[in-house]
Design a binder for this molecule. Structure first.
Ligand code: PHE
Length: 458
């Protein structure tokens, strides 16, 4: 099957698709409010260290495993470690895809709805009134039908892109959307910076406040570095499996990381400069995007346009990530079960949409699963994936290379496509060792805390 495997059309196309996967709601929604609440630049510094030490090693590991085997996660681990349990690491990735996309699709639906609200001037009455904006949001997400309707539209668009294939679907749309995302963010950041008092937002984001940085912020930064780089569930293995051996994987990984980080920073600048210029609450937390910004935009000249552009940008970022999640599932059924792309995508896209409907309904729209999990089903899925599934997937990937496949084999594949490589076996071993140790410690401390109430990290 592998000789007729689809391939990326160009190096640029691959980098844009992989960074499209990385750049998502995590960059534009999660990063700014996490940084805002955890010491601004102090959080950013920890986050950058996590990205460079842990993130970079795992991105490269996933690209290498995918390109070597030309298969998606389950087949990839089965090929490199036949007749072992490592294929379960691949299944963990497929399971994570179900979990993440079910709630991600719901947020994608909310974003779509907000594009329409903004376009129709619906933010107008919210000017300078975040409470009204919060009510609008709370009212909408707790409805039964409307959020589900928009979630389904989002998922149908996602399925449409994937059905069209790697080159004609994923690559084509990433090449259109990624440059648009960057241009729109730059325009919004300049708009924010040129507002009176906008620079205060920069100070808030980039002036370190070490007193706000706690050990749990460090855990948060680490978990987020997995989520934002789409690591630990085989997305980058799957994307790497459509590559040929001419590509330099180290430079590709550096590009993906640089774009992902730059876009998170730009989003932070665009959001906080605007929030400060209009005296809104920067510690708005998770509500920053859905309550604070809609009450801020109408106060700007041309507010409806800025608001609409912002939500369109967010929609594109969410879509390029969602397609990479669905591709992991689709590729599994193509590679391992011999299904057609169309059948795999439509059937499992539909299953994930149905699970997502439960996430949406758990926001107050009828199904109350709070009793089961102590939190809403939506939050449960988010928590389960970003706190456990992705870090565990990343940790096991590092251990797989160190303990099973071997650093030498890994390096042989990595070196293909690189002109001259100064990478030493020792350096790679140390990097994977550090990544595994840090992530392992964090996961163990999480589990001790949740299961036994023992706190290792304050
Ligand atoms: N990286 C995406 C974001 O930042 C989320 C994602 C996680 C995508 C895991 C694919 C796999 O929003």
């Amino acid at each position: 099957m592998s000789n007729q495997r689809e391939q990326w059309g160009s190096k640029l196309g691959f980098i844009l698709a992989a960074s499209g996967s990385a750049v998502g709601i995590g960059n534009i929604w999660k990063y700014p409010h996490m940084a805002g609440q955890n010491g601004g630049a102090a959080f950013t510094m920890v986050y950058l260290v996590c990205i460079l030490v842990v993130g970079l090693s795992i991105v490269i590991a996933e690209f290498v495993i995918g390109r070597k085997t030309q298969l998606s996660p389950v087949g990839a681990f089965e090929t490199l470690a036949p007749k072992s349990s490592w294929k379960w690491l691949g299944f963990l990735g497929v399971a994570s895809a179900f979990v993440i996309l079910s709630f991600y699709g719901v947020v994608g639906g909310w974003i779509l709805k907000y594009i329409f609200i903004s376009l129709s001037g619906g933010f107008h009455s919210l000017a300078n009134n975040p409470d009204a904006a919060e009510k609008l949001f709370g009212g909408f997400v707790s409805l039964t039908w409307s959020p589900v309707f928009f979630q389904i539209i989002f998922m149908v668009i996602c399925i449409y892109v994937i059905v069209n294939g790697v080159k004609e679907g994923i690559e084509r749309w990433s090449k259109i959307m990624m440059p648009l995302i960057i241009v729109l963010l730059i325009v919004l950041a300049i708009r924010g910076l040129t507002l009176p008092n906008g620079v205060e937002g920069l100070k808030f984001l980039f002036q370190p406040k070490f007193e706000d940085l706690t050990a749990s912020s460090v855990v948060l930064a680490l978990g987020h570095s997995f989520f934002t780089l789409s690591l630990g569930m085989g997305t980058m293995i799957t994307y790497g499996s459509y590559l040929d051996r001419k590509q330099n994987l180290l430079s590709s990984a550096l590009w993906v990381i640089a774009l992902d980080t730059a876009i998170a920073m730009l989003a932070g600048i665009a959001i906080f400069t605007t929030v400060f210029a209009l005296n809104a609450d920067p510690a708005g937390g998770a509500g920053l995007i859905f309550f604070i910004l809609p009450s801020v935009f109408p106060q700007l000249v041309g507010g409806a346009i800025w608001g609409t552009l912002f939500f369109i940008l967010l929609f594109m970022a969410a879509l390029t990530s969602a397609i990479s999640i669905l591709e992991v599932v689709t590729a599994y059924f193509i590679d391992q079960k011999g299904w057609s792309r169309k059948k795999a995508t439509i059937q499992f896209g539909a299953v994930i949409t149905i699970v997502g409907v439960f996430c949406s309904l758990s926001m107050g729209g009828g199904i109350n699963l709070t009793e089961f999990f102590g939190i809403s089903f939506f939050d449960f899925m988010d928590y389960l994936s970003s706190k456990y599934m992705l870090p565990i997937g990343g940790l096991l990937t590092a251990l797989f290379i160190l303990k099973k496949w071997g650093v030498n084999n890994f390096m042989d594949e990595l070196k293909k496509g690189m002109d001259k490589s100064k990478l030493s076996k020792e350096l790679i071993t140390v990097l994977f060792g550090i990544a595994a140790a840090v992530v392992g410690f964090i996961i163990i401390s999480e589990i001790l805390e949740v299961v036994f109430g023992i706190t290792l990290i304050q």
